[in-house]
Design a protein around this ligand. Structure first.
Ligand code: CP
Ligand code: NVA
Length: 322
């Protein structure tokens, strides 16, 4: 077992581009530090362990939760956030290399939301500072860290639980495929045919699940996935960049809405989660998302705590005070 001091540098300097970049102990460490920092903040601790450092927060796609939670996380850590939009960086005909090599002279960490996972990987390859994926078309690792934190807070544990993901095989499904087994959570994914998760995410998820000893099933059957689940998760059927497919997707996803009937197949008291933005009447019934089992607002709040912990760890801070 690692002591606090030995464990402090485990994530220092590392990129988080997918949850496949993390080991189970790394995920545990993010969740533990997030809980410590959350409790310390609530108790009035205003330590700013990253005072004097800076973070670039690059958004090539829209965002509300991710942008605000990262900016506030930076502020609470004393880390200066510099927000850049699509008109500012990784655009204007400049090469990725030029932008990255200049950016890293100003900042200590680059957080980026963009379309292609390959762009984030190219930036990370060049950058000498850590790069954190704040959502791509393929993955949303920060969201799933916050989701795991939320489940643990509500249920009291993670290992051995069953999570059902019902809906589009998108960036959330791809990320849960790795995040669930890393946390010891069994996962059942149900998508319509033709909307399955990425083969690469499935391969990685199966590899992690085999070593963690967790179950991982993929099907086209929402009822089968939901049966006995402790947590039921869904996401929009039309992700950013797919707006032109909205009507076609509404038809393709018929039968995949998370309804009270579907929730009744899950464990009594099962949680409902959604990363938001949500579309009532599409991927979820209003009575489910606005019902007593829904923990979506806690989930959104935990973006702040999970990301604050992740920023701390990649910048070498392993405890509340640094
Ligand atoms: N869940 C999430 O990432 O929300 P935003 O798109 O608003 O950042
Ligand atoms: N799958 C959604 C998640 C939004 C946070 C999207 O990519 O638009």
């Amino acid at each position: 077992m690692l002591t606090e001091l030995e464990g402090a540098g485990l994530l220092e300097g590392r990129d988080v581009l997918t949850l496949g970049d993390l080991a189970p102990a790394d995920v545990r460490r993010v969740l533990d530090l997030a809980k410590e920092q959350k409790a310390a903040w609530a108790a009035g601790d205003r330590s700013r362990p990253l005072e004097g450092r800076a973070a670039a927060l690059v958004f090539m796609k829209p965002s509300m939760r991710t942008r605000v939670s990262f900016e506030v996380a930076c502020g609470r850590l004393g880390l200066q956030p510099v927000v850049l939009g699509a008109a500012d960086a990784f655009s204007r005909g400049e090469t990725i290399e030029d932008t990255t090599r200049v950016l890293e002279r100003y900042v200590d960490v680059i957080v980026i939301r963009t379309f292609e996972q390959a762009q984030v990987e190219a930036i990370a390859e060049i950058a000498s500072v850590p790069v954190i994926n704040a959502l791509t078309d393929d993955y949303h690792p920060c969201q799933v860290l916050a989701d795991l934190l939320t489940i643990e807070e509500h249920v009291g544990r993670l290992p051995g639980l069953k999570l059902a993901y019902v809906g589009d095989g998108n960036n959330m499904a791809n990320t849960l495929l790795m995040g669930c087994p890393l946390a010891g959570v069994n996962l059942a994914v149900a998508t319509p045919a033709g909307y399955e998760p990425l083969p690469e995410a499935v391969r990685n998820g199966e590899r992690i699940a085999a070593s963690a000893g967790t179950a991982l099933t993929l099907s086209h059957d929402p009822a089968e996935a939901a049966r006995g689940a402790d947590v039921v998760v869904t996401d929009t059927w039309t992700s950013m960049g797919q707006e032109a497919e909205h009507d076609e997707r509404l038809e393709a996803f018929d039968g995949f809405q998370v309804t009270p009937e579907l929730m009744s197949l899950a464990s009594p008291g099962a949680l409902f989660m959604h990363c938001m933005p949500a579309h009532r009447g599409e991927e979820v019934s209003p009575s489910v998302i606005d019902g007593e089992r829904s923990v979506i607002i806690d989930e959104a709040e935990n973006r702040l705590h999970a990301q604050k912990a992740l920023l701390s760890l990649v910048l070498g801070i392993g405890s509340v005070k640094g």
